[in-house]
Design a binder for this molecule. Structure first.
Ligand code: PMP
Ligand code: GLN
Length: 391
């Protein structure tokens, strides 16, 4: 190596353990083999035409320059009205709501806002894969606590046992990706007890807040003032309006936390696409769009489950999100990663193995299937799964 040559970056990677995310890997494999993509979570149907028209109109009306750094005032106002209506939270849209580039940016920025070198962050496994790299980049360390299968509930005693003076942040995700479990009011009381023992911040990933089934209510951290006072609550319009490609999300946090959050957001993305924000703000005026989402997806969950009912696949409970877990240990000893590859290559159906979301290898033969799809796609997917031979 010459005197002025750069050192090989792969040898001093800031994220040595990180590989390409499973969502990219499985979507690429689905495309390569022409498989049904029930892996990465996105709808295979269009968003409402009226929403598309609003984007078009906003563009034609000249809304094509930078939006304000924190988000369009009208959109922040509509978000504040929504959380007041659904969770009874009085939110100051000027100082407590920030529009972000999807929930992904909000999660990343919230973590950078509070986590410092040496801090510990509690996450629950299987954990959505965006959390840990952001914690590592901030110099922190994730403390992983497994959820209790098959209902994937939080064991609050374990949380108490893992608290330390270094615990800086707890990351909650309800409805939970990838398991479909949801937090209850009792869970929020337990969380309150935990933060009473060790003062720490909370990051609540609520991107599936409108997709909770069987008449249950979504328990937002915004609904409990003592939790809200220490929380970053994150959501995404990608899930709610079938527009994952638009990457518009937001973070609600108390003014002091939002001020610090914005210091990072302004140098991360600065602001989010103006015509999309305008269109979403206008669309939000009609609450039925998000209020009817749960029944829309519950019907899809039920179509998919019914089609697999008399099969060798064991369906796990699904209380929210648009993901269904299915277990195959009864008929195959393959690892989850092997099974996901095999199904994509040989049976034309792509899924997500759960094992990649655990720190400590856990391989119980469970795959995640996205049911944000046309009913025909779901029926065809179930047919292909039923055709998998026992081995
Ligand atoms: N959190 C969870 C739990 C998710 O499932 C997703 C995406 N599907 C995100 C965050 C990221 O959301 P966005 O696409 O708005 O960045
Ligand atoms: N959150 C989506 C899922 O769980 C994927 C998002 C992504 O691809 N980054 O499938």
């Amino acid at each position: 190596m010459g005197q002025n040559a750069l050192p090989a970056l792969d040898q001093e990677s800031k994220l040595p353990q990180v590989e390409t995310t499973i969502f990219t890997v499985m979507s690429a494999m689905a495309a390569e083999y022409g498989a049904l993509n029930l892996a990465q979570g996105f709808p295979d149907f269009s968003c409402p035409k009226a929403l598309l028209e609003r984007v078009h109109q906003a563009m034609l009306a000249g809304m094509n320059q930078y939006a304000p750094m924190a988000g369009l005032p009208l959109l922040r106002q509509r978000i504040a009205e929504k959380v007041q209506h659904l969770y009874g939270a009085q939110v100051d849209e000027a100082n407590e709501v920030t529009v972000t580039c999807g929930a992904t940016e909000a999660l990343f920025v919230a973590i950078q806002t509070v986590v410092r070198p040496g801090d510990e962050v509690i996450v629950f496994d299987p954990a959505y894969d965006a959390y840990e790299p952001a914690v590592q980049l901030a110099g922190g360390r994730c403390v992983h606590i497994p959820l209790q299968a098959p209902e994937y509930r939080i064991d609050w005693q374990q949380v108490k046992d893992h608290l330390s003076a270094k615990t800086r942040l707890i990351i909650i995700n309800s409805p939970h990706n990838p398991t479909g479990s949801v937090l209850t009011a009792d869970d929020l009381n337990e969380l309150l007890a935990v933060v009473g023992l060790q003062p720490c911040y909370l990051l609540s990933d609520e991107v599936y807040e409108h997709i909770v089934f069987d008449g249950q209510a979504h328990c937002s951290l915004l609904s409990v003032p003592a939790l809200r006072a220490r929380s970053f609550v994150v959501s995404s319009f990608g899930k709610t309006y079938h527009t994952t490609g638009w990457k518009v999300g937001y973070c609600v946090a108390p003014a002091m936390l939002s001020a610090e959050f914005r210091k990072i957001h302004q140098y991360c993305t600065f602001s989010i696409s103006t015509p999309f924000q305008q269109a979403i703000a206008e669309f939000m005026a009609d609450a039925t769009h998000h209020l009817e989402l749960a029944s829309f997806y519950q019907q899809k969950r039920d179509v998919f489950r019914a089609a697999l009912n008399d099969s060798a696949w064991e369906l796990l409970p699904c209380a929210g999100t648009y993901f269904q877990l299915a277990r195959y240990r009864g008929f195959s000893e393959r690892s989850e990663v092997e099974m996901a590859r095999y199904l994509t290559q040989h049976h034309g159906i792509a899924s997500i193995p759960l094992s990649v979301f655990y720190e400590q290898g856990c391989d119980e033969g469970v795959l995640r299937f996205c049911f944000a799809k046309h009913n025909d796609t779901l029926l065809e997917g179930a047919k292909r799964l039923k055709a998998v031979p026992f081995q």
